[in-house]
Each structure stands twice: as structure tokens, then as C-alpha cells.
Design a protein around this ligand. Structure first.
Ligand SMILES: *Cc1c(COP(=O)(O)O)cnc(C)c1O
Length: 414
């Protein structure tokens, strides 16, 4: 029997709020107490940042891991470590957080946005290759919403053109591509512990790599380019290049370590939840869940899917209104527009009163940022819906979400 939609005065599928839980109820307090008792909150003297990087390295199975103050800092650190400098280009995704591109610009390099695969919302390898120039130094791959990009062809392209690959895994902990963890496939993997990610230390970042030189460069870059690993005062004078202070404190290390203890369980639950939601949505005409490549696994930082209004019978905007009315909070798209449509890019004003690095003596090309440069990415933002969930949601919560979407879809088919 056809149910009447809540937006038309019918009974909403869901009236109770979705289940909440305490995120910091593990060893966080105990470890915080321990770092205060250390009498130092400095990572180099304390134990918690060291324990955290050791644990992360173990989880990821990489040779090296170091900590930074944020995900943005982790990415900037990776870019500094590969020697990114004025006039270089970095190819990246137009649907991402500003944290992906901030480090590129601080190195006075140029972000070049390549279009996305319409089903996975991650970089389309063919579009990456089309954007390579003699200035390209690296590909900065974003694994969007917990789900891996198509890494094999990207790695092949990088090899062919001798480029670095940096993975932005800020949204994608415990995310697999063909059985391998995202973050361990390219040269350097970067993670975020900001408060909205699968795990939080308030703010924080992690960097993993199997390359000793890159690790040492990262370690230095995140700490004013001081060579603390060399462990002698004289080497401080050898600071040759500018680098920021992106150190993680022991307070972050304490909370971060406790959060890491839950990482695999949190991501496993999100994976289970998201895969079930995808299986249900795939049954409905015009609903297209985010594509997970074969052998892959998403940890669904948020749940994003696309709709085709010709098949569903309603627009994305109307669907968002209808689903919210049914008691399932959701929103259209992810970011308000592709990153290249932000003022800083349209006006090419990364720094005040200058057009550096876009218009710069070290950059002999002319870059253009405008609507239309990545049509697939623009269409993804227009036709997608985002639903948030976390590891505390129950199976009943999930069933209500599925019931609400199914109710709306069914109403337009009868
Ligand atoms: C969150 C995020 C960042 C930045 O991380 P912060 O810890 O907030 O600095 C970078 N890239 C992506 C894709 C992100 O989602």
C-alpha cells in the first residue's frame, strides 16, 4: 500500500533521534593523565606520540610513520619532503577539503585539477595523464569519503612520467584497494585526526611511507627542518630550507593513541553499515551508490551516492527535502562547488596583493581555473546526496534509513 510522504503530511518513518555514543570513553583519560605525569608535552621527550606512531605503523604495515599537527600539516609535510617548490605543478582532485591544496600553495606550487570518475568520485587516471606537463612533480590522490581511488593505473602513470604519488587518506582510514591499504600504495600516505574524521585527537595528522629518505625529510619538515633524528646540536645549523612547526603534542598523542585502539572496530562497523546501505539503494531505480573497486573496502567517512532524476522521478533537491522530512538528516552534495571555483582560484589570489604563485617568474605556464574544467566533478556535486552515520548507529537506525529512502522511491513509482 502506498504510504503518504511526510513532506505531504504523512507519518515520518523516523521520529526518534539516531543513536549517539561516547567517542572518548576508552583509554583517553588514562593516557592524558600519564602524559601530564611525564612532566613534558613535547613529542621528542614524551612517550605517547612515539607509541601512537609505532601503533599506526604496525596497523598499516609500513616501514615508517610520523605524526603532525593536522591532516593539512601531514599533506604539506609530504609535499615538503618530496622537495616541492616554486613553479612545480601537483595534479589533484577538485572534490576535496582545502587541506589538500593548502600545502601545494604554501610551497608556491600550482594545483592542477583533474576530472573524476563519475561512479567512484575519485581521480580518473586518463584525466590525470592528460594534465601532465614538464612542470608536474606529483599526483596528490584523494580517497573520497572512505573509498579508494583506482590506484593501479595512477601508479603506472606516475612510473611512466617519474612522478611522486601522495595519498590523501584524511577521509579514508582502513580503506582497501585490491586488498592493499590506501596510504601504503603511493610514496607517502597522509591522514587526519580532526574532530570529524573516523578517529579524533581534536586535531592531528599521520604520515606513513616505506621510503627512509622521505621519512627523514618528513620528520624534519614538520619540525622547522631541524634534524632531530641526527641528534646533535651542530646539525641545526644545517637548516637549509624553510619549514613550519607542525609538531603533534603529547596531549594529542594521548587521545590519538586511545583512538587508534578503536580504529579497526570503528571502520569495520562503518564498512558494514555503508555496504548494507549501498546494497539496498542499488535495488532502487535511479540510485547509484559510490563505486568500490573490486577487492576494495570503504570505511564510509560519510555516505555519498548519486541519483539520476530521469529514473527516480524527482530532483536531488526535492529528494533531500523529502528524506529530511522522513526524519533522516541528509544534504545535497558535499562541498558547495569544485575547489577551483573558490574565489582564491577564480581570482588567483592565494596571497594578498599578488597573483603568486599562479603568475610568477618561476612559472612559465598559464593556468586557468573556471567553471567547466572538470565536468564530471561538477555533475557529481549536483546529483549526489550525503548521509552521515557513525559507528554508534544501530541496525534499527540503518533499517529506518533504508525504509525512508525506499518509501520515497516507491511513492514515485506507483
Ligand atoms: C579533513 C581533510 C583534510 C585536512 O585535514 P585537517 O586535519 O582538517 O587539516 C585534507 N584532505 C581531506 C580530503 C580531508 O577530508
Amino acid at each position: 500500500m502506498k504510504q503518504s510522504l511526510a513532506i505531504n503530511g504523512g507519518t515520518p518513518v523516523r521520529t526518534a533521534p539516531f543513536t549517539k555514543g561516547k567517542r572518548f570513553a576508552g583509554n583517553e583519560l588514562k593516557y592524558l593523565q600519564e602524559v601530564l605525569e611525564q612532566n613534558t608535552l613535547f613529542y621528542w621527550f614524551g612517550e605517547k606520540v612515539k607509541a601512537m606512531t609505532a601503533k599506526f605503523k604496525n596497523t598499516y604495515g609500513t616501514e615508517y610513520c610520523m605524526a603532525a599537527s593536522s591532516g593539512t600539516a601531514a599533506i604539506h609535510t609530504a609535499l615538503g619532503a618530496i622537495g616541492l617548490t616554486a613553479g612545480d605543478e601537483v595534479i589533484t582532485s577538485p572534490i576535496t577539503d582545502m587541506g589538500t591544496v593548502i600545502g601545494i600553495l604554501y610551497q608556491n606550487a600550482i594545483p592542477v585539477f583533474a576530472d573524476l570518475d563519475p561512479l567512484s568520485y575519485n581521480l580518473d587516471p586518463a584525466c590525470v595523464e592528460k594534465n601532465i606537463t614538464e612542470k608536474t612533480k606529483a599526483i596528490l590522490v584523494v580517497h573520497l569519503a572512505g573509498n579508494a581511488a583506482d590506484m593501479d593505473p595512477i601508479m603506472e602513470i606516475a612510473k611512466k612520467y617519474n612522478l611522486y604519488v601522495i595519498e590523501d587518506c584524511a577521509q579514508s582510514y582502513m580503506c582497501y584497494y585490491k586488498g592493499r591499504l590506501a596510504g601504503t600504495i603511493g610514496d607517502i600516505g597522509c591522514f587526519s585526526l580532526n574532530d570529524f574524521k573516523q578517529i579524533s585527537a581534536g586535531d592531528g595528522g599521520m604520515v606513513v611511507t616505506n621510503n627512509k629518505t622521505l621519512y627523514e625529510n618528513c620528520f624534519k619538515f614538520a619540525d622547522k627542518n631541524y634534524n632531530r633524528l641526527a641528534n646533535d646540536m651542530a646539525s641545526m645549523r644545517k637548516v637549509e630550507y624553510l619549514a613550519p612547526n607542525y609538531r603533534m603534542t603529547e596531549l594529542q598523542g594521548a587521545v590519538g593513541l586511545a583512538q587508534l585502539e578503536k580504529l579497526e572496530a570503528v571502520c569495520a562497523r562503518r564498512n558494514e553499515f555503508g555496504d548494507k546501505l549501498s546494497a539496498a539503494l542499488a535495488q532502487l531505480p535511479g540510485f547509484y551508490p559510490q563505486k568500490v573497486y573490486e577487492g576494495g573496502k570503504s570505511s564510509y567517512w560519510f555516505y555519498m551516492f548519486r541519483m539520476d532524476k530521469n529514473e527516480t522521478g524527482f530532483s536531488t533537491d526535492d529528494f533531500v527535502k523529502m528524506l529530511n522530512a522522513e526524519g533522516v538528516p541528509c544534504m545535497k552534495g558535499y562541498i558547495p562547488a569544485c575547489v577551483y571555483e573558490y574565489d582564491m582560484f577564480l581570482k588567483q589570489t592565494a596571497y594578498q596583493n599578488t597573483h603568486c604563485p599562479f603568475n610568477c617568474q618561476y612559472y612559465n605556464r598559464k593556468i586557468e581555473y573556471k567553471h567547466g574544467i572538470c565536468p564530471n566533478a561538477e555533475k557529481i556535486l549536483e546529483s549526489s546526496v550525503r548521509i552521515n552515520f557513525d559507528e554508534f548507529f544501530t541496525d534499527a537506525d540503518l533499517n529506518d534509513m533504508i525504509a525512508a529512502v525506499t518509501k520515497i522511491s516507491t511513492c514515485f513509482r506507483e
